[in-house]
Write a protein that binds this ligand. Structure first.
Ligand code: GDD
Ligand code: MG
Length: 324
């Protein structure tokens, strides 16, 4: 079975760091978001197709240099085709059924049970649903008592949302659904295709564990905390030479001597935290420098960026080679 991973978005809500790095390659709990997403796949999935667009070459280069657990093939788009257009563009690579993943979702999904649910009800698809307080930024489903989806609205107003159960971005679909994607240049799967599939029976698979769309800075850091706390990245202790507490995922080429950790920190390749620097709830990307006595709290420090000595970076996203 194959998975299709939608990975072509611009990552606008994570700018400015996503001007340089596609959101899926931002390291959280020690490895890029994309690799945590691929970890969701059950053993019966033996390959993934990455529908790339924005920064497709960076993604192709990264996966070639760091082969994921299962083989991946990139299918790039010259211009963004939308989520539905991306599926149509990659359709020759898909299995029946196939797993459909958004590439920014960190969740405790039991994918084996999801596949079993699809096999047992015999409809055209099964969509994992998460319950959230405010469903308006997501695709929202209304369910019949047997969990069949009877209505699906993408990004409704809060008042118009038919429930609090939202598309978690992890589903399994029969291959025939791709024939229902219109041939327009840009197609939204959620807005233009899913509502029309409901008559052919689509079921919800309710999630009762953690779920987060890591597409904004605060949500990305929340996803990182979950990954650390659930044992899916990093370690509890800080590296030798540093003080404070884990969890922390520090790349072997990073320098952290004399720095203090406050927990839930990723320090990527070649980055450095100076003596007396403090980092908590943070991502310090490749080649970034946090100078002595500087503080990084609830923030993302972009590749090659510099936080000057004694400076405090709190609730911020610094872009590539930015100075603070
Ligand atoms: N290949 C390709 N081409 N991928 C795309 C394109 C495109 O034109 N546009 C978006 N994507 C990818 C993004 O990279 C992301 O992984 C996924 O499709 C979803 O896009 P987002 O931009 O993150 O959408 P969203 O978060 O607003 O909404 C989606 O996810 C929610 C759950 O997180 C929808 O699927 C909602 O229904 C869902 O609730
Ligand atoms: Mg998203």
């Amino acid at each position: 079975m194959k998975a299709l991973v939608l990975i072509g978005g611009f990552g606008t809500r994570l700018r400015p760091v996503t001007y340089a790095v596609p959101k899926q390659l931002i390291p959280i709990a020690g490895k890029p978001m994309l690799y945590h997403v691929l970890d969701l796949l059950p053993p019966s999935v033996d390959g993934a197709v990455l529908a790339t667009g924005y920064k497709s070459e960076e993604i192709a280069r990264y996966v070639a240099a760091h082969p994921p657990r299962i083989p991946v093939r990139c299918v790039p788009e010259a211009t963004p085709l939308g989520t539905g257009g991306a599926m149509r563009n990659a359709s020759s690579e898909l299995s029946d059924p196939f797993v459909l993943l958004n590439s920014d979702v960190i969740a405790a999904v039991d994918a084996e049970r999801l596949l079993a649910a699809q096999a047992s009800h015999g409809g055209v698809g099964t969509m994992t649903l998460a319950e959230v307080d405010d469903p308006s930024p997501y695709g929202v489903a209304r369910l019949a008592p047997d969990d069949r989806i009877v209505e699906f609205v993408e990004k409704p107003t809060r008042e118009a949302a038919p429930s609090r159960w939202i598309n978690a971005g992890v589903g399994v679909w029969r291959r025939a659904v791709v024939d229902r994607i219109p041939s327009a240049p840009v197609v939204s799967w959620e807005r233009e295709v899913v509502p029309g599939l409901l008559a052919d029976r689509v079921y919800g698979f309710r999630l009762d564990g953690f779920w987060e769309d890591a597409g904004t800075p605060a949500r990305l850091l929340r996803a990182q905390r979950y990954l650390f706390d659930s044992g899916r990245g990093g370690r509890r202790s800080v590296p030798a030479g540093a003080t404070g507490k884990g969890p922390a995922a520090v790349h072997p080429t990073a320098t952290v001597r004399g720095a203090t950790f406050g927990g839930w920190v990723t320090v990527d390749e070649g980055a450095s935290l100076g003596a007396g620097a403090y980092a908590e709830d943070a991502v310090v990307m490749a080649g970034a420098t946090v100078e002595p006595e500087a503080v990084v709290l609830r923030s993302i420090v972009g590749p090659g960026a510099r936080v000057r000595s004694g400076h405090r970076v709190v609730d911020q996203v610094l872009g590539e080679r930015a100075e603070a």
